[in-house]
Design a protein around this ligand. Structure first.
Ligand code: NDP
Length: 322
C-alpha cells in the first residue's frame, strides 16, 4: 500500500511516499481502509521534532473509512462498519491498524471526508468549550486563528452555546469566513492590536476566556485581553510554543487562570471518545455545525498539503484522499 513516511525530522520535504506492507489488526485493533484522511497541525510538531517520536514513522492522527478486519478481543466493531478514528499515528496511508477504543462509529448521514476533517478537531472544540473552560451564554470568548480547522468549529460551537465570539484571523478572506461561522467580531491580528480591539469591543471589560492555538505570537495579546479571573487556554503552537508565564503575571492580570490542555487527557477512554464524538456528530447531522473542507489533496501529495498549511494558505480543514 501507499504510505507517507518520514525517516528524519525537518520541513514538509521529509514526507516521502513509499510502498509498504498493508498492516494487520493486532489484539484490540481494527484494520481500517481509509476513504479520507485528516491533516492536523500536531503532525508538524512531530515532523519537526518539537514533539519527539521514534523514526522512521508514518504520521497522521485521524482518518475515516471502512473496517476491513478486527483483531482479537474487539467487540465494538465488525468488518464493513463505517468508522472514524483519532489515534496516535499511521494515518497517512491507504490502511491503518488502530486501537478500537480510539475509533468511533460513523453515522450514515456523515460523509467520510467530513468525518476526517472534523473528528480530532471537533473533539478538541468539544473538550475546550464544554469541559476545560465551560463556556456559558453571556460569556465573551476570544478565539485565536478562528478561520483554521479547529478555529471554525470552535467559533460555531461557541456561538451555539450563546457566547459572544471574537475571532482573530490572518487575512480579509479568512475574516469573511470567520464571520460566516459564528464570529460576532473579527480582528486582523497581523495588522491590529488584539488586546486594544478586545477592550474596545467589550467596553473595557475583556473576555472571560481566550482559546489560543497560535502560541508564541499571541500569548501576550491573549493574556492582555482577559477580564478579571479570565482563562488563558493555550492549546497549540502554530507560531511556536508559548513562552513561560510567571505566576505574578497572572495575578497582575486579574487573578487569571492558565492551562495547557491536550485532547489526549480529555478523551482517554472509549466512553469519553463516544461521548465527545457523539456530541460532535449529532451537531453535524442536525446541520448546526458545518465542516468547511477548504482543501483536498491526493494522499501522495501530503507534502503539498503541509506546505499550504504551514504557510497559512489554508482555510478550514484539509483532507487527503487515498
Ligand atoms: P489550522 O487550520 O488552525 O492552521 C493553523 C493556523 O494558525 C493557520 O492557518 C494560521 O491562520 C494560524 N497561524 C498563526 N500564526 C502562524 C504561523 N506562524 N505559522 C502557521 N500558522 C499560523 O490548524 P489545525 O486546525 O490543525 O490546528 C489548530 C491548532 O490547534 C494547532 O495549533 C494545533 O496544534 C492545535 N490543536 C491542539 C490540540 C490539543 O489537544 N491541545 C488538538 C488539536 C489541535 P491565520 O492565517 O488566520 O493566522
Amino acid at each position: 500500500m501507499l504510505a507517507i513516511r518520514i525517516n528524519r525530522t525537518g520541513g514538509p520535504e521529509v514526507l516521502e511516499p513509499v510502498t509498504v506492507d498493508t498492516p494487520t489488526a493486532g489484539p484490540g485493533q481494527v484494520l481500517v481502509r481509509h476513504e479520507a484522511i485528516g491533516i492536523n497541525y500536531i503532525d508538524t510538531y512531530l515532523r519537526s521534532g518539537l514533539y519527539p517520536l521514534p523514526l522512521p514513522a508514518v504520521l497522521g492522527q485521524e482518518a475515516a473509512g471502512v473496517v476491513e478486519a478486527v483483531g482479537e478481543g474487539v467487540t465494538r466493531f465488525k468488518a464493513g462498519d463505517r468508522v472514524a478514528y483519532s489515534a496516535g499515528g499511521g494515518g497517512y496511508a491507504q490502511y491503518a491498524a488502530v486501537a478500537a477504543d480510539r475509533t468511533a462509529h460513523l453515522p450514515e448521514g456523515i460523509g467520510f471526508d467530513t468525518a476526517a476533517a472534523s473528528l480530532l478537531k471537533g473533539m478538541t472544540a468539544e473538550f475546550l468549550l464544554r469541559r476545560c473552560y465551560p463556556l456559558k451564554a453571556g460569556d465573551t470568548a476570544l478565539i485565536q486563528a478562528a478561520a483554521g480547522g479547529v478555529g471554525l468549529i470552535l467559533s460555531q460551537w461557541a456561538k451555539l452555546l450563546g457566547a459572544t465570539v471574537i475571532g482573530t484571523v490572518g487575512s480579509a478572506e479568512k475574516a469573511e469566513l470567520a464571520r460566516a461561522n459564528g464570529c460576532d467580531h473579527v480582528i486582523l491580528y497581523r495588522d491590529e492590536d488584539v488586546a486594544a480591539r478586545v477592550k474596545e469591543i467589550t467596553g473595557g471589560k475583556g473576555v472571560q476566556v481566550a482559546y489560543d492555538s497560535v502560541g508564541k505570537d499571541t500569548c501576550e495579546g491573549s493574556l492582555a485581553s482577559l477580564a478579571r479571573r479570565g482563562w488563558y487556554v493555550t492549546f497549540g503552537n502554530a507560531s511556536g510554543p508559548a513562552p513561560p508565564v510567571a505566576p505574578l503575571r497572572l495575578m497582575q492580570g486579574g487573578s487569571l487562570v492558565m492551562t495547557r490542555p491536550s485532547l489526549a487527557d480529555y478523551v482517554r477512554t472509549a466512553q469519553e471518545l463516544d461521548e465527545s464524538s457523539g456530541q460532535l456528530f449529532d451537531l453535524i447531522a442536525a446541520g448546526k455545525l458545518k465542516i468547511e473542507i477548504g482543501q483536498r489533496f491526493p494522499l501522495s501529495q501530503a507534502r503539498a498539503a503541509y506546505e499550504a498549511l504551514e504557510s497559512r494558505a489554508t482555510i478550514g480543514s484539509t483532507v487527503l484522499i487515498p
